[in-house]
Ligand binder design. Structure first.
Ligand SMILES: [Cu+2]
Ligand SMILES: [Zn+2]
Length: 196
């Protein structure tokens, strides 16, 4: 009787060890699966990279390329332009991805989902979500601009952040950051829609 009892105990102990190992293995498998899913999601986020060619407008020869990348909630923009006159030029995001008109006015006014006054980016008095600012072209007419912000997104649900469906406009003149509603930056010399 005693012997049988001991045997039963031993068997129980073995069972307990085996099932414990099973649970551990299952937990490890689940963790591996979660890791795999996280990697997939990360890749999707990394893949948010869109590039557009700028079209000359208002009789200009201003061309270029603008690309946007979103990573960890920050959108980075890089623009390279040529055919500009030497000096400063305004660059903004305007409301509508429609560059069909010769003067670029089909893009509408500055993208301003939060209904603020026009201004310099980050100004306490307010600024449009499209108020990127000015860039400087060298004597050959080339300009490069780099800009990044967590106040934009590429194709997210938040219409106060989503830049998709808007347009990039480069101006002949300089944004003075005070004139309303658009900084008195003059003719629109280059245009592209931001279309995913
Ligand atoms: Cu503009
Ligand atoms: Zn503005």
């Amino acid at each position: 009787m005693k012997k049988i009892f001991k045997f039963q105990l031993a068997a129980l102990a073995v069972l307990a060890v085996v099932s414990c190992k099973e649970v551990k293995k299952e937990a490890t498998d689940a963790a591996t699966k979660v890791e795999a899913v996280v990697e997939e999601v990360k890749e999707e986020v990394m893949a948010q990279n869109i590039t557009f060619k700028m079209e000359p407008k208002s009789g200009s020869e201003v061309t270029g390329e603008v690309s946007f990348t979103e990573e960890n909630g920050t959108v980075s923009m890089t623009g390279t332009f040529s055919g500009l006159s030497e000096g400063e030029h305004a660059i903004h995001i305007h409301q509508t991805a429609d560059c069909s008109s010769d003067d670029g006015t089909s893009t509408g006014g500055h993208w301003n989902p939060t209904n603020e006054p026009h201004g310099a980016w980050g100004d306490k008095e307010g600024y449009h979500k499209g108020d990127i600012g000015n860039m400087t072209a060298d004597k050959d007419g080339n300009a490069i601009i780099e800009f990044s912000t967590d106040q934009w997104c590429i194709g997210c649900e938040d219409e106060n952040k989503n830049i998709v469906g808007k347009a990039i406009i480069v101006h002949q003149g300089v944004d003075d950051f005070t004139s309303q509603p658009s900084g008195a930056a003059g003719a629109r010399v280059s245009c592209t829609g931001i279309i995913q």
